[in-house]
Design a protein around this ligand. Sequence first.
Ligand SMILES: Nc1ncnc2c1ncn2[C@@H]1O[C@H](COP(=O)(O)OP(=O)(O)O)[C@@H](O)[C@H]1O
Ligand SMILES: [Mg+2]
Length: 425
Amino acid sequence: MTVSPDVRSADPRERQDGLGWVTRAVFPGRGARLSIGSRSASAPDPGWRTVARYAVVPSAARARFLLPLGRRRVTAASVLAYNALRPPKVRAARAALGTAARLGVLELARMPVLIVSVPDDADPTELVLAEHLSAALGRGPLYGAFGVRAPDPNHKPTLQLFDADRRPRGYAKIGWNGATRALVRAEAAALHELPRPGATSDYPLVPRVLMHGDWAGQALAVVEPLPPDVRGVDPAEPPRLAALLAVARRGGAPGTPRELAGSPFLGRLSDLATKAAEAVDAGARAVHAVRRLTERHGATLAEFGDWHGDWVPWNLGTHAGRLVAWDWEHSGPHAPIGFDLAHQGFQCALILRSGPVPDAVRAADDLVGRYGEQLGLGPDQRRFVVDAYLIEMWLRTWRLADGGAGWNRALHPALLDVIEDRLSR
Ligand SMILES: Nc1ncnc2c1ncn2[C@@H]1O[C@H](COP(=O)(O)OP(=O)(O)O)[C@@H](O)[C@H]1O
Ligand SMILES: [Mg+2]
């Protein structure tokens, strides 16, 4: 292999880092040409035209954002949008960057530029995602801003879309491997199925799907922008029980409790465990766990309903006194009420406090123990909810691994060990 002496002009899709990963996902078709150059990069080759330029912030080697160039105020808006959802350190850096972008000075001018060009006679909507989305949404030209992070088979590159007047127009997620394509499609389908309760309901505000479908081998979903002044929920606050119950009950009345045995929930859990056992050795342990769960809790009466599936403070915000909930890709029906509460406890310990699985399980038990009664859960149900949730989580881990995302080593096999220990006691 010959290495070009001018590495800055090489196709960034050849890179092994986050920039390589995100540009491969966002510009999958080799019909579009990508290069990295400076602001003063020369005109495209004859027969080619430039359709988009992005500032690579802060550098190609440490890229964090790709910001659309061409309209200064759009560039600035793309930096400032949703600042309030970022952790404070990032917020300060982004605010400074926004000022620079608005003034059109300093940093941005020194940053490398990603140049996207297509053959003169090509249809850019087939080759360039932002062009495709502009045409599909039919609201004039849209400009996309991308986040860049370390390559991760579980993560979906995302694209914030702005119009020429700087208004946010949508938020696109891109599924690029088996696991992430399934998640993107699942989220679009789930959002279609959610109820539309009245303004006085406890049901959270939900950004709805503007469009979804496949493009150039990727699964795409574009949802409405979050309200611009949305504020993230503080993880130290008590869980939002009224909203959680409204999600479970689809904004309606409580459901009638029923036994676990014979429930659609148990049917789904067993089917998934069987599929896991067909696919991987560890799946047999899940089948066994479902059997033990049934022996222990088969006669437990539980209320079932929808769950959000990733109910954590970083997927929740507030706007005009109401809760806003996004990231519905793991949501679904027929879940035991309290699953979202267990998940909040489990994930906060795992992600925010970087705790090992046993600590996360304890945190799930604690949160369900403390607040479960307010969801109508007695001691038996509280135990059942956490036991069942842990099996559900392992099955999710397996599904992601099966879709090409690899095993989440924080959860596998530790989660199976904990489940077996709990269910043998
Ligand atoms: N509709 C939206 N409008 C604006 N920003 C959004 C929107 N949806 C998500 N985001 C931002 O992107 C982040 C990641 O999106 P999310 O749906 O949570 O996907 P992930 O599965 O990657 O966590 C969110 O935490 C939020 O900051
Ligand atoms: Mg999220």
